[in-house]
Each structure stands twice: as C-alpha cells, then as structure tokens.
Design a binder for this molecule. Structure first.
Ligand code: ZN
Length: 415
C-alpha cells in the first residue's frame, strides 16, 4: 500500500511579521511540529502524572523493540489504560521521585513509561489540570524484558493486541504516518531508544532508573536488593548524583545536510551512496563534530565528500530524525568561484558518486521522480534522476535551492 503523508501544519502563528517578510515562509519538516504540548515542567509532578495515567482519555503508544503498534503502516494505534494495565501498575506514580530513587530495588523492574504531553486540540473529555487541559499521551515499552513478571505481562499485552488484528510495524524508518502521528512517534521512539541504551550508568557502571516521566535516568545511591541487616547497601559514589550530568539526560546529535548551489546558480551538487537505488541522488550530509559550528561542519563535509569548496552557508530549516537521536540541520550553500566546483571523491570514500545537476533536471525529478528509498518513483518517471520525498528535509532543501524565490533579494510576504 502506498500512502502520501502530508507535511506538518506549522505549530506557530501564520501571521505577518517582519521576519516572514524578510526571510519568507518557515519550512516545517516531517517529524516536527507535534500537536502535543510536552509540558516538560510537569514531568516530576507525580500527582499530575498519576492523574494523567488513569484518566479515561489517556492514550498509549506501544513500542516493541521500538516497532510501533499499528492497525496499518499508515497509522499509529493509541491504546487505552486498561489495555496496558497488566504491564503498567496503576500506582507507579503514587510515590515521589525522591522516594522511588531512595527505595530503588534492582530486582523489581517496570517497563519504561514516557509521558509525551497533552494534546491540547483534544480538550473535550480530556484531562484538566490547573491551567492545562487536553488528552494525555504516553509511550510504553512492551518489549518482553526485565523481571519474569514483567516479561509475562508484556507478552500478555502483546498477545491481546495481536488478537485484535494489530501488529508492530517492523521497518527501519517509518515515514508513512500522518504528520501529527509522525511527530508523536518520533518523540516516543527517540526517548524509548535512549532509555533502552542507557540501563547502566555511563560514569560508575551500575544500573540506572528512569525518572522524570522517562526523560531522565538516575543512578540511585542505594540498592534494596543488596541489603544487609535490613539496611540497603550503599553503591559507590557517582558524580551523576552531585553534578549536572549529560549522562543523565537524553542526547540529540546534530547533523548537517546541505543543498549546494553552483557559482552561477544554475546547478545543484548532489551525491549518492552505494545503498541508494539506481538514479537516486540526495544532498550531502554528516555529523557535526565537537567544537565545530554548523557552518564549519557544512564546509568540511562538502569538501571531504565531494572536494567542492563553499563560500556562504545559510541555515534553512531543521528536522528531528529519531533514528536514533539526530537533529538534521538543513543548509543552503553556494560556491563563489567556478574553480572551486571541481568534484573529487579521493578524500573521503563515503560517496559512490557526486555530480552537478542542471536546475531543470532537478525540477523535473522533484515533479516526477521522488520516493523514499524502498519505494518506486511515480508512474510518470521514465528514468534519470530520482530524489528523496517531501517528508525528507533533503527534498525541502533541494526545492529551496532551485527556487528563484529563495534567492530573490526582495521577498514579498507570503507568510
Ligand atoms: Zn553512576
């Protein structure tokens, strides 16, 4: 089944402003612009979380080894609390975070439960808490793991869901959800993946405990499982307890991705890796390294992968990429001297090919030759250049780079 997921509706106000007149409309990328208000400041408020968990409107995104529960590849399934109750104890938030850490017992395990936020567009029948209202969303890890009790409960939940005809969508990259669901899934997946990878403390090597509604991992100072004479054993000192530690919080790894325009503005630089289907090219991309600005990273990556030397770099838009925890920072860049356009693949052998494409050829490919990596191009495609779909920031950058509007000195307000 082929579906065409839409690009998100901007979460911000589409009002006239000096910025929009000067820089044009903001590009909102797939996986961003979630309908959910994360309310990050309520993540340690256990009375709030406890009420949200048990509220009849609460909805749960279920992940099994990070694969989302779906009725079809185009849709997420939102479970109700009674469907996950076996796995998620109703009193999980009845003690404070401080007590949870103090009473830590490595024998007792719970699935990771993440509070995603409130969908404020769905207030009717939703939760009202102080000045905030909407439908609470959680993500829960149903992967059978942890204690035997947890594994049995997880298998029961999975079995009941599969009996209803639902299945866990096994694919490397999910790009088939609607824009809203893609953003919800991205948040759930990225945080679940981080929790799964960080079950042991990166500083002292002991087991960690998820706190802050699934957005922080604590290294408890004691473990009741190892008590002597009724007293919980103290674990070794760990500086994640005494200092603000980046080992306790989820990470986001910035990467750059760039559409490069030739000196005369008539050609676009694209590259391909070996794993791409025939004819498929995309923008160049790579990780930002420590102590490197976004602009430095763009210039370095483009030179390393293609031998092309850039002049001006402009940041265009960004895209969260939850595979596993990237933020793609999209840029448009230009070469100022035709002598700097010579392609060389001899530095970094990452690309199989890099090539300058005429703007007309790129425009044609944008019209008839886009698809994700695992799909066929559209029915009009008869060979030649193929490009990523509009859900990929690469496509949005290419669109901007071939657009006369983007380079117009004077922009008119199109919001
Ligand atoms: Zn530790």
């Amino acid at each position: 089944m082929s579906t065409t997921p839409q690009i998100p509706t901007p979460a911000h106000m589409l009002a006239d402003s000096m910025l929009s007149r000067h820089f044009g409309k903001e590009t909102v990328n797939y996986f961003s612009s979630s309908p959910i208000n994360r309310l990050s400041f309520l993540r340690s408020d256990h009375p709030f979380l406890s009420t949200a968990l048990k509220h009849p409107s609460a909805r749960f995104v279920l992940l099994n080894n990070l694969a989302p529960l779906t009725p079809s590849p185009a849709q997420l399934h939102y479970a109700k609390y009674d469907e996950v109750q076996k796995l998620v104890p109703h009193d999980i938030f009845d003690t404070s975070e401080e007590e949870m850490i103090k009473n830590y017992d490595s024998r007792k395990t719970h699935p990771t439960l993440i509070f995603l936020g409130l969908d404020e567009n769905r207030k009717e029948g939703g939760l009202a808490w102080k000045i905030y209202s909407g439908t609470p969303y959680f993500a829960v890890d149903v992967t059978p793991k942890g204690s035997e009790e947890q594994q049995t409960a997880a298998k029961d939940v999975i079995g009941a869901m599969e009996a209803k005809g639902l299945s866990f969508f096994q694919t490397r990259v999910v790009m088939s959800f609607s824009a809203d669901e893609a953003a919800i899934y991205a948040q759930a997946r990225a945080l679940m993946d981080w929790n799964t990878r960080n079950t042991f403390c990166g500083t002292c090597g002991h087991r960690t405990l998820t706190v802050n509604a699934g957005t922080k991992r604590a290294c408890p100072p004691t473990d009741v499982a190892r008590s002597t004479e009724g007293k919980a054993e103290e674990r070794p000192e760990c500086n994640t307890r005494t200092t603000l530690s980046n080992l306790s919080f989820p990470r986001t790894d910035p990467t750059i991705i760039v559409a490069v325009v030739s000196a005369d503005g008539k050609r676009i630089l694209l590259g391909r890796s070996k794993r791409f289907p025939p004819g498929w090219y995309s923008t160049l991309a790579g990780f930002i390294e420590p102590a490197e600005s976004i602009e430095d990273a763009v210039r370095r990556e483009v030179w390393e992968e293609s031998g092309v030397t850039l002049s001006r770099v402009v940041i265009h838009s960004s895209q969260p990429w939850p595979y596993p925890a990237n933020l793609m920072i999209g840029a448009i860049a230009q070469v100022s001297d035709p002598a700097h356009e010579t392609i060389s693949l001899q530095h970094d052998p990452e690309l199989e090919d890099a090539r300058w494409f005429e703007v007309e050829e790129v425009e044609e490919a944008l019209r008839i030759g886009t698809s994700d990596l695992s799909s066929e191009a559209g029915p009009e495609y008869k060979g030649g250049l193929r490009l990523p779909p509009p859900t990929a920031i690469a496509n949005q950058l290419i669109q901007a780079a071939v657009s006369a509007d983007y380079f117009a000195a004077e922009k008119h307000s199109k919001i």
